[in-house]
Design a protein around this ligand. Structure first.
Ligand code: AGP
Length: 611
């Protein structure tokens, strides 16, 4: 997510703005910029690709100053990291920064271009400020131009606007992207997150969705974009310390990112699904029906958690699209001289877009003439630039080393890709496609329900935190989730944990079962349910401890209710997302109780950029 800081007050604001960006660096970013209206009432804008140090060194050569301004750190969503794509974006007297995703930016951009507007960036943000310019030229009223502009936007936004013709004002608005207003007797602050303004004030007002705030040097007015009504909220006093504030009050980034998953899933599917027509489109994937019909094999390649997402995708793609799918660990794929040709679609999956083995696997595919695409969370990363097309997950920066929201958004991206493939090739009828989209739209609500009551998971963590070994068992598309749950536990709590296909029990793992071996089983209604029940009975017959994630309702056969966590029913291909959540939380709570470094577990790096 991008970082936004706005300031208007009696003091010089440049250092306040830059300092605010520094306090938002934890959010991750790839470019930065600042705009101020100087003493000469002229807009001054300085931007740069890369980190804040680069911006500060540029400011030595191109100084800005003033008592009103806005600054921004960008986490690229549309358009790769570059100075041109960095915010603030300018049009006429306006400079604007934005956090969020404008879904209809392409249509608006075409309309503006048809009216003669020339764009200098690839961003959706520049479309907002160009639209504001046009609206202002038409109505010649700043506030009304802002209202008209915001009402034409679809998607999510937090925007702050500086106007060199009105240097005594800041205007800001939000819809599904956080924005707060802070103030003292002599200054007003706007920010995407509390840490940016904590050194200056703890008095804040949280803007609500579809509200615009008009800020002057002596006050502010909060107005609804829906009905124009005014709101005068009671200010809230923030009592977080700065470190807590960076994690939005959560104890660890990992926990914050676990709870960000419903939002991340929404951002991911809204970037490619038209919710009115229920059409899926991947503008940056460079894939069409002709190519899909030419493909006779898909190779999914990744590492770690991303590899587990690839394993889930195998079940989905083969079932929905009837195409042969192979899944490989990148480290193995790159060294086995794989057979590839122009009938192969090589799809690599990587949160960071920098994993060395995955990059090498992608190069292997490119060298051998496969059609190479990537699913990546970081815009402009190496893998995103090497691939011939990309699907971006919109999880935002993932700071915790243990991947959580990146994983569930990868599952959603793969689900959408399978749906797109089935629609383009006619493998599924229209009504089935629409049902797939509807199931996805309902998913975030089901995720919120699971995240809203985790008392069972916390109790399991307290009871089993000192066990030395765990076994995770599942079948079908939940089998990779058993692997993922085991990886989560081992990588942050350092307990040995192993995921296994439940059908393999009699081929070895059953020898491990005894009173010292908690066995996590994942089951959902369907043809595999009874087989899972048989596995559970085998475990219980050997005094194994059963913990169950079960879809629908508890089952007496499994054991006491307190050993069962209920998962809300969902479609077969989205249940892996729901089953992942309690396993992430179990790993988290066990690790916290064991006192390990949850966000930076020993020996691990967030991105394995070396072999
Ligand atoms: C997952 O929790 C781990 N942090 C790790 O397995 C990770 O998924 C793997 O290193 C792949 O990283 P990538 O998705 O950035 O390529």
């Amino acid at each position: 997510m991008c970082g936004i800081v706005g300031y208007i007050g009696s003091d010089e604001g440049r250092d306040i703005l830059i300092d605010g960006l520094r306090r938002l660096e934890y959010r991750g970013y790839d470019s930065a910029g600042i705009a101020m209206v100087g003493p000469d009432s002229r807009l001054q804008i300085v931007r740069c690709e890369g980190k804040l140090n680069g911006l500060e060194s540029k400011l030595k050569d191109f100084p800005v100053s003033g008592t009103v301004g806005v600054a921004h750190t960008r986490w690229a969503t549309h358009g790769r990291p570059s100075e041109q794509n960095a915010h603030p974006h300018r049009c006429g007297p306006f400079a604007l920064v934005h956090n969020g995703i404008i879904e209809n930016y392409a249509v608006l951009k075409e309309q503006l271009q048809a009216n003669g507007h020339c764009f200098s960036s690839q961003t959706d943000t520049e479309v907002i400020v160009a639209l504001l310019c046009r609206e202002w030229e038409e109505v010649n009223d700043y506030e009304q131009a802002v209202r008209n502009t915001l009402k034409k936007l679809k998607g999510s936004y937090a925007v702050v606007i500086v106007n060199e013709l009105e240097p005594d004002r800041l205007v800001a608005a939000r819809k599904e992207s956080p924005l707060i207003l802070g103030f003292t007797e002599k200054a007003f602050f706007l920010a995407s997150d509390v840490p940016a303004i904590l050194p200056y004030t703890r008095q804040v007002v949280y803007l609500n969705d579809e509200e615009v705030v008009f800020v002057s040097r002596s006050g502010y007015r909060i107005e609804s974009l829906v009905d124009g009504s005014l709101r005068a909220p009671v200010p809230h006093r923030v009592d977080w310390d700065p470190i807590m504030a960076e994690k939005a009050g959560y104890k660890h980034f990992m926990l914050k990112e676990i709870y960000e998953q419903p939002r991340a899933v929404i951002d991911t599917f809204r970037s490619v699904v038209d919710l009115e027509t229920k059409q899926v489109s991947f503008p940056e994937l460079n894939v069409d029906k002709a190519l899909l019909e030419k493909i006779d094999r898909v190779c999914l390649v990744a590492c770690g958690t991303s590899y587990h997402a690839a394993l889930v995708a195998k079940y989905m793609l083969e079932s929905l699209c009837r195409v042969t799918v192979e899944v490989d660990l990148a480290s193995e794929f790159r060294s086995r001289d794989p057979v590839l040709d122009d009938k192969v679609l090589l799809l690599v999956i990587s949160q960071s877009g920098e994993t060395a083995d995955t990059r090498a696997a992608l190069k292997e595919g490119l060298d051998k003439g496969a059609h190479c695409r990537a699913i990546v969370n970081v815009v402009g990363s190496s893998i995103a630039r090497m691939a011939q097309g990309v699907i971006y997950t919109h999880a935002g920066p993932e700071i915790g080393v243990a991947s959580t929201k990146a994983f569930t958004t990868q599952l959603v991206a793969l689900y959408l890709f399978a749906t797109y493939w089935a629609a383009e090739t006619g493998r599924l009828p229209r009504e089935k496609i629409e049902q797939c989209i509807q199931d996805l739209v309902e998913l975030p609500g089901k995720m919120e329900k699971i995240l809203s009551d985790t008392s069972t998971i916390s109790a399991w963590a307290r009871k089993y935190k000192d066990f030395k070994d765990f076994l995770y068992l599942a079948r079908g598309a939940l089998y990779p989730i058993a692997l993922e749950g085991a990886l989560k536990l081992k990588e942050i709590s350092y307990i040995h944990a192993e995921g296994y296909a439940a059908g393999e029990m009699k081929h070895g793992p059953i020898a491990l079962i005894d009173v010292e071996m908690p066995v996590m089983v994942l089951l959902r209604q369907g043809p595999l349910f009874e087989k899972m029940i048989s596995n559970i009975q085998e475990v219980k017959a050997r005094d194994g401890i059963i913990l169950a994630l079960i879809e629908g309702e508890p089952s007496e056969i499994i054991g006491p209710a307190e050993n069962q966590f209920i998962i809300h029913p969902s479609s077969e291909w989205l249940s892996p997302v729901l089953f992942s959540l309690p396993l992430q939380l179990l790993a988290y709570h066990v690790a916290v109780l064991r006192g390990t470094d949850v966000d930076q577990p020993r020996n691990l790096a967030k991105s394995v950029t070396v072999e």
